[in-house]
Design a protein around this ligand. Structure first.
Ligand code: NAD
Length: 358
């Protein structure tokens, strides 16, 4: 039976980069008998303009029915004055919440051809391959109570609540351990157990889970040390698992180790491996419509989709290999261009990946 993919291009460079990813999917469908059906929908600012809401009911329904969602990016200055309830980002948050996408997978992989793009020395980062597993639907970003209140003395006080249930900790832990089993069998759980009781429980649950995965080497690290180690010796990490807020910060830090935001994919999964796949970057309004955006993060998001939601690891590997090949051939979009390489636009890069798929 064919799998259903919902394509949501979104705003800014979203439609340009998603078009290249769709070319890759169409090609694999035609030549590698990939059994997929694609439908298209509106999300973000584009959906607000057309339907008055960043996540129209029709899009949500299509997303519920799909096996996987491919999203470009949402947002842009045009929609910034809107009320927060209908800003483009609401579309994204709404999808994550409605689909219960609790596990955010953010690889930080450095293609050796781009080692000089990192701000760190090549010997520190070359060969870097980290998977950050971030809890996405709980923790301090969602905990109640929250707000800003006025105290009896008249001054205001802001407050949020960091809260995790055992079941939330163990389900994200399992995702991390399962991924580690397919990689280098190392999990580093990042917490602040010396200060926060909530992450004391986090550490206890992770330790218990570790006993169920005797082949995986489990370590624990405080988040401040993890931030330091990521820039000091990042290659020590294989899989990092952490809370929503710590993961938010550490995954951006890890992404930057690789030098280009235009190269990094991500996945957000539910308990049944249904997922939403998107590049980590935003809608880049500064370069939208110019045909110069890097489509590789979106194309690599398709590879993650094939591996994690569509059970087609062979096709996923082919895409990753094809991206490697075009980089070997010296093709570069503007964001990763260096002297001695050939500068290409969005569509030319997409075409080159398709050609390299063989
Ligand atoms: P951004 O990631 O859009 O852009 C940051 C910089 O990186 C810009 O200079 C941009 O040109 C460049 N860049 C990003 N992607 C690129 C690519 N594929 N190829 C080449 N260069 C690329 O972040 P921002 O400027 O802070 O945000 C712009 C808009 O995107 C805002 O409205 C923001 O809310 C939104 N945003 C959306 C998402 C998402 O949809 N997941 C994530 C982050 C930001």
């Amino acid at each position: 039976m064919s799998k259903r993919i919902l394509i949501l291009p979104g705003d800014g460079i979203g439609p340009e980069i998603v078009a290249e990813a769709v070319k890759v999917l169409e090609y694999l469908k035609k030549t590698h008998a990939l059994k997929i059906r694609m439908s298209h929908g509106l999300v973000g600012g584009a959906a607000y303009d057309a339907a008055g809401h960043p996540l129209p009911e029709e899009t949500l329904q299509l997303a519920r029915e799909a096996d996987a969602v491919l999203l470009g990016a949402v947002g842009g200055p045009k929609w910034e004055p809107l009320d927060i309830a209908v800003r483009p980002e609401r579309g994204l948050l709404g999808l994550r919440a409605e689909l219960e996408l609790f596990a955010n997978l953010r690889p930080a992989l450095l293609f050796p051809q781009l080692a000089s793009a990192s701000t760190l020395r090549p010997e520190v980062v070359s060969g870097l391959d980290i998977m950050i597993v971030r809890e996405l639907t709980g923790g301090i970003y969602f905990g109640q109570p929250r707000g800003i209140r006025t105290l009896p003395d008249g001054q205001r006080e802001g407050f949020n609540t960091l809260v995790y249930k055992e079941s939330e900790i163990s389900r994200i832990g399992r995702v991390a351990f399962d991924i580690a089993m397919k990689r280098n069998k190392k999990v580093c759980s990042v917490d602040k157990a010396n200060v926060l009781e909530c992450t004391e429980l986090w550490r206890e649950i992770m330790t218990g889970l570790g006993r169920e995965y005797p082949e995986v080497a489990l370590s624990h690290m405080y988040v401040d040390n993890a931030a330091m180690q990521l820039v000091r010796a990042p290659k020590q990490f294989d899989v990092i698992v952490t809370t929503n807020m710590f993961g938010d910060i550490l995954s951006d830090c890890a992404a930057m180790l690789t030098g280009s935001i235009g190269m990094l994919p991500s996945a957000s999964l539910d308990a049944n491996s249904k997922g939403m796949y998107e590049p980590i970057h935003g809608s880049a309004p500064d370069i939208a419509g110019q045909g110069i955006a890097n489509p590789l993060a979106t194309i690599l998001s398709v590879a993650m989709m094939l591996r994690y939601s569509l059970d087609a690891p062979e096709c996923a590997g082919r895409i990753e290999q094809a991206v490697n090949q075009v980089l070997d051939e010296g093709l570069r979009t503007a964001d990763i261009h260096t002297e001695g390489t050939r500068r290409v636009g969005t569509a030319e890069m997409g075409d080159a990946v398709v050609a390299a798929l063989g």
